[in-house]
Design a protein around this ligand. Structure first.
Ligand code: 3EB
Length: 347
């Protein structure tokens, strides 16, 4: 691996996420941290034109494809470590990888997450900000007869335990299905920018779910607030994949419309002034502030209705992608995530 560590520049790099045309060439201008292709093919992780690239078959029946492009304002260096592809700019580390289909996803997931943590330590980007996981056959049973998502959760939790990460330092995440290629994942970590994990008062913290949802509870926070300190280039709020769950139970089983509305309400409460104030964050946010939104819809046939509900609730200026993949509980029909870039204080 490349051990060159760039020193931070005087001002912190600005992090940016945008959804581009999947087929469009991303201009390798030296500021691209990474590209995740949400399309119909399996590819990577690899380094392409100087940045990490991962293609994940996520289009499903709707065939909608796009490229999620992460950029920064500082110069980017790339490298590879134990099958992972990464890049960094002195403040942010971007890393993507793939856990090949494995009859024992517990061991494979733990090993890959530990390789990622090792990279974080080697390069010195200790604050994990946001993680995404896309799991093939997420609701099926594996070669040993266990639910795949549950096994993934076990491996992930074991890796966090090995690293002795306390519950309140586990970052925001998404874990949804994909249409092939094992488990694809990517994450962002920071060097000095502070990360605050945020929970939702309407939901039990995922890491405290009762055992009926798996031997090891899912390791993720409902959101993370990234605060680069002063000078404030931009504070970001990363909202985890959010579903129609109250407490720890799925509500409105079988009703995609009510699940979608409940999910949006969950996000509203999560990012609202009252909840953020609990964490010392002075900001009054609403669904209209969400950008880089991904809406995961289990059944392709529901996309039209879900799109209608979401476009009424979100800003017309927001980038919103609809992704037809399975969700990690059989009874969940929709899951929504997003980012609030450049969080402003409440008036
Ligand atoms: C939930 O709230 C819905 O296991 O990383 C959402 C976001 C969900 C992340 C994960 C799971 C995960 O439990 C599922």
């Amino acid at each position: 691996m490349d051990r060159t560590i760039m020193n931070s520049t005087t001002s912190l790099a600005g992090l940016d996420c945008s959804f581009d045309d999947a087929a469009a060439e991303v201009r390798p201008d030296g500021n691209v941290l990474g590209v995740i292709e949400y399309s119909n093919r399996v590819g990577g992780p690899l380094i392409r034109d100087g940045y990490p690239h991962l293609a994940v078959p996520m289009s499903g029946e709707t065939g909608e494809a796009f490229a999620e492009v992460w950029r920064t304002t500082a110069d980017v260096t790339n490298g590879r470590h134990k099958g992972l592809a990464y890049s960094y700019d002195g403040e942010y580390l971007f890393c993507c990888g793939r856990i090949q289909e494995d009859p024992d996803y517990v061991t494979a997931t733990e090993a890959t997450y530990l390789a990622a943590f090792e990279l974080i330590d080697l390069l010195d980007y200790p604050n994990v900000v946001r993680m995404w996981n896309m799991v093939e056959q997420i609701n099926d049973t594996d070669g040993l007869g266990h639910n795949v998502y549950t096994q993934f959760c076990r491996g992930r939790a074991q890796a966090f335990e090995r690293r002795a990460v306390s519950e309140n330092l586990i970052p925001a995440a998404t874990c949804v299905g994909n249409h092939g290629g094992g488990i694809a994942f990517y994450f962002i970590a920071s060097r000095s920018a502070e990360v605050t994990n945020i929970e939702n008062p309407r939901q039990v913290p995922a890491y405290r779910y009762p055992p009926k949802y798996g031997i090891k509870a899912p390791s993720f926070a409902r959101a993370t607030y990234l605060s680069p300190g002063r000078p404030h280039r931009s504070d970001h709020l990363f909202v985890s994949g959010t579903a129609s769950i109250i407490g720890s139970e799925t509500v409105h089983g079988g009703d995609v419309e009510r699940q979608c509305i409940t999910t949006l309400e969950n996000i509203s409460v999560l990012i609202g002034q009252e909840n953020l104030a609990q964490y010392g964050i002075d900001a009054d946010l609403s669904l209209k502030d969400l950008d880089s939104v991904k809406v995961y819809v289990k059944h392709g046939v529901d996309v039209t209705l879900v799109r209608q509900i979401c476009s009424g609730a979100l800003s017309e200026h927001a980038e919103v992608a609809y992704v037809n993949v399975d969700i990690c509980r059989d009874d969940l029909l929709v899951e929504i995530e997003g980012i609030v870039p450049a969080v402003r204080p409440a008036d």
